[in-house]
Design a protein around this ligand. Structure first.
Ligand SMILES: C[S@@+](CC[C@H](N)C(=O)[O-])C[C@H]1O[C@@H](n2cnc3c(N)ncnc32)[C@H](O)[C@@H]1O
Length: 230
């Protein structure tokens, strides 16, 4: 493995260490002929990084974007589809490999709203192979909180919460971790423990306490302490 890294780094085929794209490329290097499904292409930053690697190690990259991004990459191992990524019928009709044999890595970087990300997880979890992963970009609000950007802080926190909710509902089928690298906005990684075609559990609301009670917690704690002494 060390030699592969040296070889790829010397040819500039791996993204910079400590970046999210590098985390995903490192993951791809643990797979034979990896199949990637990417949601959100835009100017092709992640697309070209994936393509560069799979052109070397062999693999396939399928990308979906609601806008036409067909000219961002010229790899023969890349296929692009202009579509809403929630349209699973259209996506699987065009990318048959996804429904026939599954994918090793899904990268979610399209519409950054909690309800959208949660739907993507519910729809596409089934198509991930055993030990394959779903990476979710932009789930840590810290960079926005530093800028006192309330709107985006809420959007990122809600997304973070919805990914965790999906995971808690599927704790018997997946494991989860988050990468908090400097200069990045948080990357979630759900690893599927069950076989390709296994459906996720239904996402039910996980009980949580009322956030207003949290504000009163320091006072409630004092009251509790007082009574436990008397
Ligand atoms: C953050 S950008 C993607 C950036 C890209 N992954 C990169 O690293 O350079 C988000 C993209 O998602 C696309 N998008 C937004 N909603 C979408 C949807 N419902 N289905 C597919 N793509 C969508 C937008 O058109 C935009 O190009």
């Amino acid at each position: 493995m060390q030699n592969i890294y040296k070889d790829l780094e010397s040819q500039d085929l791996l993204p910079k260490k400590g970046t999210h794209i590098r985390v995903m490329c490192d993951y791809l290097l643990t797979k034979d002929n990896p199949v990637i499904l990417e949601f959100g292409v835009e100017r092709g930053g992640s697309t070209r990084a994936f393509a560069k690697l799979i052109d070397k190690i062999t693999g396939k990259l399928y990308s979906v974007d609601i806008n036409d991004c067909s000219d961002v990459c010229n790899s023969v191992n890349w296929r692009f589809l202009q579509s809403d990524d929630l349209d699973i019928d259209y996506v699987s009709k065009n990318f048959e490999e996804i429904k026939n044999s599954g994918v090793d890595l899904i990268y979610i970087d399209s519409y950054h709203e909690n309800f959208h990300v949660q739907k993507l997880l519910e729809i596409y979890f089934k198509y991930v192979k055993k030990n394959g992963a779903i990476f979710i970009d932009d789930i840590d609000s810290f960079p926005f909180r530093q800028k006192k950007d309330i709107w985006n802080s809420i959007v990122y926190d809600l997304t973070d919460y919805s990914v965790k909710e999906f995971y808690y509902n599927n704790i018997n089928k997946a494991s989860y971790r988050i990468y908090y690298d400097e200069g990045e906005n948080g990357l979630g990684k759900i690893i599927k423990k069950t076989e390709f075609n296994d459906e996720p559990n239904l996402t039910k609301k996980i009980w949580n306490y009322n956030i207003i009670i949290k504000l009163f917690y320091p006072y409630l704690r004092k009251i509790k302490k007082f009574f436990s002494r008397t």
